[in-house]
Design a protein around this ligand. Sequence first.
Ligand SMILES: Nc1ncnc2c1ncn2[C@@H]1O[C@H](COP(=O)(O)OP(=O)(O)O)[C@@H](O)[C@H]1O
Ligand SMILES: [Mg+2]
Length: 258
Amino acid sequence: MTVIAVFNQKGGVGKTTVTANLAAAMAQNGHAPFVIDLDPQAHLSHYWGFSQQVQKPRHSVHEFFRGVLPLSELAVALDNGIHFVPSHLELSKVDAQITRHRDHIWRLKLGLTAEMLAGSTPILIDCGPMLGVLSFAALLAADLILVPVAPETLALNGAAMTERTLLGLEKLDERKQRRYLLNRHTPGSVASEAVLKQMQRHFYNEVLKTRIRYSESFEAAVIGQSNVFDIEPNGSAAQDFGFLLDELVENELVKLHG
Ligand SMILES: Nc1ncnc2c1ncn2[C@@H]1O[C@H](COP(=O)(O)OP(=O)(O)O)[C@@H](O)[C@H]1O
Ligand SMILES: [Mg+2]
């Protein structure tokens, strides 16, 4: 059973990119991950062709939080075998009405367990940068919290803020596995090496050995509504996501069946 929440309170660090391409790496290896877009900005949904203009709200994860439909009925099967629950701007209501929806923080964990989804296939959750009910719901549902970090000034501020949130979470639930992943890495660059050193000093063995290098393929994949395995199967981006999946599986952080 593996539920992965891709989380960092900082925007633009690569949460959506990591969710999309890690799921694609699993699909590439013959697995059928279940992916949930939990960001009301719905970037992953746009990326995978679910535009807010044409998509009926009935088909978004908001309906799960409203108690209208279970996740398995909201999921759409994509061509590559991924099962995807899209987001919608309406989902922001869950965060906005925090006092009314306080118990919603447990809803995702309970839903995944009740539907027995968590036992059968890896589940990936793309979080938004806001710290509200939705992010807490993802973090409480997760076995593994994957934190992408971009090599930029103040990167560690974002990661440290995220770390404080995760410490707060331990008061509610057992400690989750967490791993920090350097993204947009340029080997040898001053910024990349400095941030990597800071990460290792702060997070020790929670820093993954895999680093996702900077690559134009990620943007090309977004434009083509595709993934880096289709865009450039032998490129560095596809290679890095292959390494990432291998590292997670070898360290038993992700369990793949079959
Ligand atoms: N390794 C990378 N190399 C090049 N561009 C990247 C890389 N990772 C992410 N990006 C780009 O950076 C931008 C922000 O990434 P995104 O995944 O949307 O961040 P977040 O979900 O954390 O807000 C996107 O345009 C994405 O294509
Ligand atoms: Mg995003």
